[in-house]
Design a protein around this ligand. Structure first.
Ligand code: SF4
Length: 311
């Protein structure tokens, strides 16, 4: 069989090991080398180009069921197994900062889901009550969050004193909107820290961009061809609604969204993105407001209010 393997950034160093395993079984193996940021981003085009019969996406849990004729798709989630002392050290550091917080909404990425029971027990040993919830349609496990889905946190938060994100990096915890303080317990740095202020700053930026775009006249509407991000219906609707309000709008299609590639479209005052909702996190690198499609309704309401055409 001809197989194409895909790895997210951070797991590409495992490519050879996986490839050899399949080659030993007699398969012909290709490895997709383009950047891959999430489970939403399967290398279907590369699979078609090389005539692969199977696509193996390593690292993430299944994002959505994809029916691609002649192509079998398999997700192999990558579960990290942290040594006991590293896991417990991160929990201990978190406990030192959680004196006033008894009930905790615990979340993590798929990478640590295999150890969620262990993490939970370590917090319980420290006298905490742990709340675990299952997120939206793109997640597979209780307590699991994605960069675009922190529902596991927002569901558990109303009954909790705070949210604890167990894992490395800031991308995932910065996406948590739960109305409660968020603490990061990072086993790789061996420390814990509050990230609530940074989340609030991002939220302020998001609101500022929404406000600014309500006064914009010319919009670029971003469509990503990544299978889990593709939203042509939303993009067409956005164009229609903007034109109804006398605005100009152009549909922009690409696989990946680069600030540099958008730079020469200097006619636009703002962008509406129907792609990954985290694209607009760093508005400053795009030099224009980027509004996620999820906030588009709010933009229209503000436009109507500005025009005195309240509905
Ligand atoms: S849409 Fe964005 S945040 Fe969600 S899985 Fe894809 S890359 Fe990650």
């Amino acid at each position: 069989m001809r197989i194409i393997l895909q790895f997210p950034e951070g797991l590409k160093q495992k490519a050879q090991e996986y490839a050899q395993r399949y080659e030993k079984e007699g398969h012909e193996v290709f490895v997709a080398s383009a950047p891959c940021y999430g489970a939403c981003d399967l290398c279907i085009d590369e699979a078609r180009a090389v005539g692969a019969q199977k696509l193996v996406h390593v690292g993430h849990a299944e994002f959505m069921k994809m029916d691609v004729k002649g192509l079998e798709i398999e997700y192999i989630p990558y579960f990290d197994t942290l040594p006991k002392e590293i896991l417990e050290n991160a929990v201990e550091k978190a406990l030192e900062m959680l004196h006033a917080h008894k009930k905790i909404a615990l979340v993590t990425t798929v990478q640590h889901i295999g150890q969620i029971e262990e993490i939970k027990k370590a917090f319980e040993k420290g006298g905490k009550k742990i709340l675990l919830e299952k997120g939206g349609k793109h997640v597979r496990h209780e307590g699991q969050i994605l960069g675009c889905d922190s529902i596991a946190a927002s569901k558990a938060a109303p009954n909790a004193d705070c949210v604890v994100y167990f894992g490395g990096g800031q991308f995932h915890p910065l996406g948590i909107r739960a109305g409660k303080p968020v603490l990061v317990a990072d086993p790789y740095l061996g420390k814990a820290y509050w990230i609530t202020e940074e989340i609030e700053k991002l939220e302020k930026k998001r609101k500022g961009a929404i406000l600014a775009s309500a006064h914009a006249k010319n919009f670029g509407i971003i469509v990503s061809t990544k299978n889990g991000q593709f939203n042509l219906t939303g993009a067409r609707l956005a164009k229609k609604e903007l034109e109804k309000r006398g605005k100009k709008a152009l549909l922009l299609v690409s696989n990946e969204i680069f600030p540099l590639a958008l730079e020469d479209f200097n006619m636009f005052d703002a962008y509406i993105s129907t792609a990954c909702p985290r694209i607009g996190d760093d508005h400053s690198i795009y030099k224009k407001p980027i509004i996620d499609f999820g906030d588009f309704k709010r933009v229209l309401e503000l436009m109507d209010a500005v025009d005195g055409r309240k509905k």
